[in-house]
Design a protein. Structure first.
Length: 173
């Protein structure tokens, strides 16, 4: 009986951690390259946004179009009330060019349908790091996600397969 109680406690704690604190997920696709690659394992933090607001450059996990089973991983670029423009391949926020050292290619951001986005209050604007291969806010009919839809923040990336431009474990957030 003692072992059964111990096992039930472990299962209960594991469930609480996975549901409310953090979990492992896997990258599917190339939209966040070179930062994250297809097949990379991620450890995500599901609790910190209960105590602080999302910040620019955070890599977040959120459901696409509110579908329970489809999640995207993107980088926060625009905050509530900001105007984002794509001019000459660069991203500008309220007229100031955004420095994006994490990109493989500077000046490669395009926005075919719209070059200016004003983020509504309570929402975020996000882009993938692989600007030529990311299905992100530039292309969607609903370009903004409510802050409350952010489910997690990426903390660690684990790449051991050689499919990435790097291998090992590294902090992201």
């Amino acid at each position: 009986l003692g072992w059964l109680v111990y096992i039930l406690i472990i299962i209960g704690l594991s469930y609480l951690i996975i549901t409310y604190v953090g979990q492992r997920t896997m990258v599917s696709g190339q939209s966040m390259e070179p930062t994250l690659s297809n097949g990379d394992n991620l450890i995500v933090d599901k609790i910190s946004y209960r105590f602080r607001d999302p910040q620019r450059y955070d890599i977040i996990v959120f459901p696409y179009k509110y579908e329970e089973d489809t999640y995207y991983i993107k980088r926060i670029i625009g905050m509530p009330g900001e105007t984002i423009q794509v001019i000459g391949g660069y991203v500008y926020i309220n007229g100031q060019r955004l420095e994006e050292e994490y990109l493989d290619q500077q000046g490669g951001t395009i926005s075919p349908d719209q070059s200016s986005f004003t983020v509504p209050e309570g929402c975020l604007f996000f882009l993938g790091d692989n600007r030529s291969g990311s299905n992100d806010a530039r292309y969607w009919e609903e370009s903004y996600i409510p802050v409350g839809n952010v489910k997690a923040r990426v903390l660690l990336a684990i790449s051991l397969t050689g499919g990435s431009s790097w291998q090992g474990v590294r902090a992201i957030g």
